[in-house]
Design a protein around this ligand. Structure first.
Ligand code: DPM
Length: 360
């Protein structure tokens, strides 16, 4: 143990002392599943560590009747958990990376980004529509989503359909879909459905031609106190280098655009060999205006790793186990792509979208 108090100690019956690490989680089923999966990985890697899971509610869980994009509280799902981290009540918090802002409050960092699940969005149909697709659903069918990003892209691509807000956690949304006649289908992230064990409800995966995904979608992030070197080192083995590079380029793109979780911004990234490709786009609320571009960069993943003495944070992520030149290239890629779109007028599109959304 080092000078500062990081780990509580637990005296076991056999006299052995093991470290206690607390993981904070939201109470929703998805959050529990995500936290449990990271806990499982950590227990395998560190059998001597005693992990405890502490569940708490967040603002995002309590306000269920308002569209996410209208609540206006940036770190909606993360604030209470970060408060607990700050007070040393928990040491580790697992999030969906896409719910974490591109600038974390001072004192916090993302110490691990795990291998990404399927990052795409998926169509879940009302049982009466089994066998149909967004193309073959009857005209004026109502699709439930409160994501501005999904609505913008899909309105343009499927003008015959109508889009309405739907809120609540995944369980609530599936219930609203199945038990009422309000929606013909809803759109959800494939990753969340898969984690919940509801893969069988996916009728269609939306490829980039139909709907590009959100920054960080499908990846889990482990947030820790930036000062906790022991815990940072402990969780860093969970980093998945390709996912880290993809997500850093996506987050740098969003940060440079000054977008938050409430603007219609979408991305698509791929790592092929030593190349990282990033496609990014911004949309007006109805999808009629769209600026989209693709750029690439070389990322040498096997290059030498940065000295641990000189720690670097890229869009909130600490990844000392990944080549520092690759991390820098990924971050620059996101910024360059955002600047290219800003030069073409992305700021106006986003400002208008934000104003119209606030006025609704
Ligand atoms: C954010 C958005 C949504 C979540 C906005 C977006 C969807 C909101 C909605 C930033 N966070 O995607 O354009 O549909 O009303 C969320 C989900 C997951 C993480 C659920 C989902 C699970 C998938 C993952 C909510 N956050 O998107 O279906 O880990 O990426």
């Amino acid at each position: 143990m080092q000078g500062h108090l990081i780990f509580s100690l637990l005296q076991e019956g056999n006299g052995k002392v093991s470290r206690v690490i607390r993981m904070g989680t939201r109470k929703s089923q998805l959050a529990r599943i995500q936290t449990d999966s990271v806990a499982g990985r950590l227990r395998e890697l560190y059998p001597d560590v005693h992990l405890e899971i502490v569940a708490m509610s967040t603002i995002g869980d309590k306000i269920l009747d308002t569209a996410l994009s209208k609540i206006g509280e940036k770190s909606l799902f993360t604030k209470e958990l970060e408060n607990a981290l700050e007070r040393n009540e928990v040491d580790i918090v697992v999030h969906s990376l896409k719910d974490l802002p591109t600038s974390l409050p001072p004192g916090f960092t993302i110490g691990a980004i795990l291998q990404r699940e399927n990052p795409h969005d998926a169509v879940v149909l009302h049982p009466k529509n089994a066998g149909l697709t967004l193309d073959s659903l009857p005209e004026k069918s109502v699709i439930g989503t409160s994501s501005l990003r999904r609505a913008a892209q899909l309105k343009k691509r499927f003008p015959q359909l109508e889009f309405e807000n739907i809120r609540g956690n995944l369980n609530t949304r599936l219930k609203k879909l199945d038990e009422k006649d309000d929606y013909a289908a809803i759109i959800l992230a494939a990753a969340g459905l898969k984690r919940m064990g509801w893969e069988s409800r996916i009728s269609q995966i939306l490829g980039p031609e139909d709907c590009m995904y959100a920054v960080g979608q499908g990846a889990l992030a482990v947030e820790v106190r930036a000062q906790d070197k022991d815990i940072l080192e402990m969780v860093s083995v969970l980093h998945h280098p390709d996912t880290v590079l993809q997500c850093i380029s996506e987050r740098a793109f969003l940060r440079q655009l000054e977008g938050g979780c409430s603007v219609p911004v979408a991305v698509h990234t791929e790592v092929k060999g030593s190349m990282l490709y990033l496609t990014g786009a911004v949309y007006s609320l109805d999808g009629a205006d769209c600026l989209k571009d693709t750029m690439q960069t070389v990322v040498e993943i096997d290059n030498k790793v940065s000295e641990s003495a000189q720690e670097c944070v890229h869009v909130g992520v600490t990844a000392n186990s990944v080549s520092s030149s690759a991390l820098e290239a990924a971050e620059k890629l996101g910024m360059d792509l955002a600047n290219a779109l800003l030069n073409k007028g992305a700021k106006d599109i986003l400002t208008t979208a934000r104003k119209l959304n606030d006025a609704r």
